[in-house]
Design a protein around this ligand. Structure first.
Ligand code: ADE
Length: 319
């Protein structure tokens, strides 16, 4: 089974994000009672924490279909128009990376979200007219790693704005155990926790690591998988005991070797790593901040004492 079959289908099977689940469970129940469309939902937070999964879960709970797309696929006006006119009442439209919507698509969405109305321009120049078309009541579920990059008119049209958090160790352990069960992988004492410790607080990574562990186990002819095998398999993939991967270590190493541990600006670091700064900020930094290995200051990024220590650098001498 691929990732899809590991996704929980119902709220009750969705582990973690308890606040998010509480808020959405209430909204779903009230919506069902009123037989309306669910209010538009914006989910934001680092990648891999379950935003798409939650959209699918919401659809399942509401008993409707969920159409899935992402902003970069909505290049021409007719892409978004096509999706909107094909919606059935109360269906969900999931737009991933919604901060990347172009201006035209965004402006089509405003009346669609607010009044379930599509305003189309027909003709060109002096003969151009607007035609309005009623849409069925629907729910837009937007997902983004960067809520701050959304234009405020778009952000303001979401009734529910919810942030997904990194998962705790015990939640990750449960997620790994659940996935192992579905994939028919036998983990023994401590193995699930070992995967949990190394997945950057991220279920998608946990499931990916679990597959790599299974590969190593099957090549070695181990039927059963314990914590030492997990540690060995994941070192092979350069994932360390706190879950840092090669790009995390590259960032911290550049800061330590090139800039004395900082402070150093995001753009400087991005240029040094050949990454774009938005990706660095939304994808690489959040977990390092969460671990307390990295700090954001007004003068730039700083490696913390814990970060130095983790990379095996001596503590900075007092100035
Ligand atoms: N698999 C991936 N994320 C999950 C979650 N939050 N709950 C249960 N299984 C998952």
């Amino acid at each position: 089974p691929r990732e899809d079959s590991l996704r929980p289908k119902r709220l009750a099977d969705y582990i973690g994000q308890s606040e998010l689940k509480q808020v959405l469970a209430i909204a779903v129940e009230a919506t069902r009672a009123r037989q309306e469309a669910l209010d538009h939902v914006l989910l934001y937070g680092p990648p891999g924490l379950g935003k798409t999964t939650m959209a699918l879960v919401l659809a399942e709970e509401l008993g409707v279909r969920c159409r899935i797309t992402s902003a970069p696929a909505l290049e021409r006006p007719r892409d978004i128009v096509g999706l909107l006119v094909n919606l059935q009442p109360h269906e969900l439209l999931f737009i991933d990376e919604i901060h990347r919507l172009n201006r035209v698509a965004e402006e089509i969405l405003y009346p669609a979200m607010e009044d379930y109305r599509l305003d189309l321009t027909v003709g060109k120049g002096t003969t151009a007219r607007t035609r309005s078309l009623d849409l069925p009541p629907f729910t837009l579920v937007g997902a983004t790693t960067r809520a701050g990059s959304l234009s405020s008119p778009l952000r303001d049209r979401f009734g529910l704005i919810q942030r997904l958090e990194f998962y705790g160790l015990d939640e990750l352990q449960q997620i790994v155990e659940r996935a192992a069960g579905l994939l028919q992988i036998k983990l023994e004492g401590g193995a699930a926790l070992e995967v949990a410790r190394r997945c950057r607080g991220t279920p998608r990574i946990a499931n990916r690591l679990l597959r790599r562990v299974r590969d190593v186990a099957s090549v070695r002819g181990h039927g059963r998988i314990g914590a030492p095998l997990v540690a060995e398999a994941l070192s092979l993939h350069r994932v360390d005991d706190r879950g840092l991967d090669a790009s995390d270590r590259r960032l911290l190493t550049l800061m330590l070797e090139g800039y004395g541990g900082g402070p150093v600006g995001l753009d400087t670091l991005a240029a040094g790593l050949g990454e774009d700064s938005a990706t660095l900020e939304a994808v690489v930094e959040p977990y390092l901040l969460q671990l307390g290995f990295l700090q954001r200051t007004p003068r730039g990024r700083l490696v913390t004492p814990a970060g130095r220590n983790h990379l095996g650098w001596p503590a900075k001498a007092a100035a």
